[in-house]
Design a protein around this ligand. Structure first.
Ligand SMILES: Cc1ncc(COP(=O)(O)O)c(C=O)c1O
Length: 379
């Protein structure tokens, strides 16, 4: 892919192309393309028996290259957490982008309405005032936006809290120029990490049953839902089997960090951080990859080749592990870590070192990263 972002990171990190993955300047973010492709293939194979299509959530990936790889494999578009991610994806050639969140704030709404003069965007809403602001911005920009009403199916974050609220919002949105209501989003995030699969199934089915009642109410009031967007990595094969659900928003399946762990079978770890042993005292081993290099939210990282050694502590620039005499690692050796949490790991880096058969074959940009706005802020 030839984008301005791609060219920029090629200039900075391109010298690494051709090097073995163990021989990079550390900390380095490594993406194993063979594993990524096998994860995508597995997801597409599993979904091929279900009605729902894949619309991967790219908030953890932030990679136009990864998005297009999934679309090439059959994904119908992407969903994003932020308006900036949405604009980058659209400008990178993704033709159908859902912002699976509410967009709030004058500049962000304006940026979205302006981007919609060139690309196709759908955005989640759960509030009439927000719908009015979106409509006003489309009128100013001379553009159009599609909408999904977000329904809270038990997570307690975004989303209308009842079928009555959904109907009232649909009626209000129908009167607003520039907006077209296409359906609902019901992200069952509260079920995603339930370790007991039977309980997860029960909770996810209940969430989608409730969403079904809201869909029925909307239909009865004249608002048929052509799009029903839900699901994530932990529930893709449960929610994807619901005949009303048209698309699944799984994203982490591409990486499978320690947080998502072995939640669902068939996927492997593709994302690692290469660190160097910089300090060694007896059985305390210190890597140069602290929490400014690897996400530690919720679950701690582990060493790929030594999963049985516990991480003791992650300082800003240091990762402390307690090992024993059998550990062959010595000062200067490199070792790969599986991130505790991939989204906050990826967000720390400019680029992925993309590897195939253990050698770096490409450098892919991570964009837009940080709270940065990708150069799209107007004022
Ligand atoms: C609205 C929404 N959909 C889908 C996802 C994707 O979940 P996962 O990365 O677990 O597949 C998330 C994750 O936070 C989300 O917020």
């Amino acid at each position: 892919m030839n984008s301005v972002w791609h060219e920029r990171v090629q200039k900075i990190y391109g010298a690494a192309i051709g090097r073995p993955r163990r021989d990079l300047v550390t900390p380095a973010l490594i993406l194993d393309l063979d594993v990524v492709k096998s994860n995508i293939k597995h997801m597409m194979q599993r979904l091929s028996t279900m009605k729902a299509k894949l619309r991967p959530h790219i908030k953890c990936q932030k990679s136009p290259e990864l998005a297009l790889l999934q679309i090439e494999a059959g994904a119908i578009g992407v969903c994003t957490a932020t308006v900036w991610e949405a604009i980058v994806m659209s400008r990178s050639g993704v033709q159908d982008v859902l912002i699976a969140n509410q967009v709030g704030g004058r500049q962000k709404i304006r940026a979205l309405a302006e981007a919609a003069t060139e690309g196709h965007f759908t955005v989640a809403i759960d509030n009439g005032r927000n719908a009015q602001d979106l409509s006003d911005a489309t009128q100013a920009a001379d553009s159009k936006l599609d909408l999904l009403i977000e329904v809270d199916v038990g997570m307690g974050r975004g989303g209308v809290r009842s079928a009555e609220e959904a109907v009232a919002l649909a009626q209000a949105a129908a009167k607003l120029p520039g907006l077209k209501l296409r359906g609902v989003q019901g992200y069952e995030g509260h079920c995603m990490l339930e370790p007991d699969r039977a309980v997860r199934i029960q909770k996810a089915v209940a969430a989608m049953d409730y969403l079904g009642t809201v869909i029925d109410r909307l239909a009865a009031e004249g608002f048929a839902c052509e799009v029903v967007s839900a699901g994530g990595t932990g529930t893709y094969d449960i929610t994807g089997n619901n005949p009303r659900v048209t698309e699944i928003q799984a994203g982490s399946y591409v990486f499978m960090d320690n947080f998502h762990g072995n939640l669902v079978p068939g996927f492997s770890r593709s994302l690692t951080v290469l660190g160097t042993v910089v300090i060694q005292h007896g059985e305390t081993l210190v890597l140069d990859s602290g929490r400014k290099s690897v996400g530690i939210d919720f679950v701690l990282p582990t060493m790929v080749d030594y999963p049985y050694y516990q991480a003791h502590y992650f300082a800003e620039e240091h990762a402390l592990f307690f090992v024993d005499q059998r550990c062959p690692l010595r000062l200067g050796d490199t070792v790969e870590l599986i991130p505790g949490y991939a989204p906050t790991t990826v967000n720390l880096y400019d680029a992925y070192h993309v590897v195939e058969k253990d050698a770096v074959v490409d450098i892919w940009p991570i964009c837009p990263r940080g709270p940065g706005h990708g150069g799209f802020l107007t004022n």
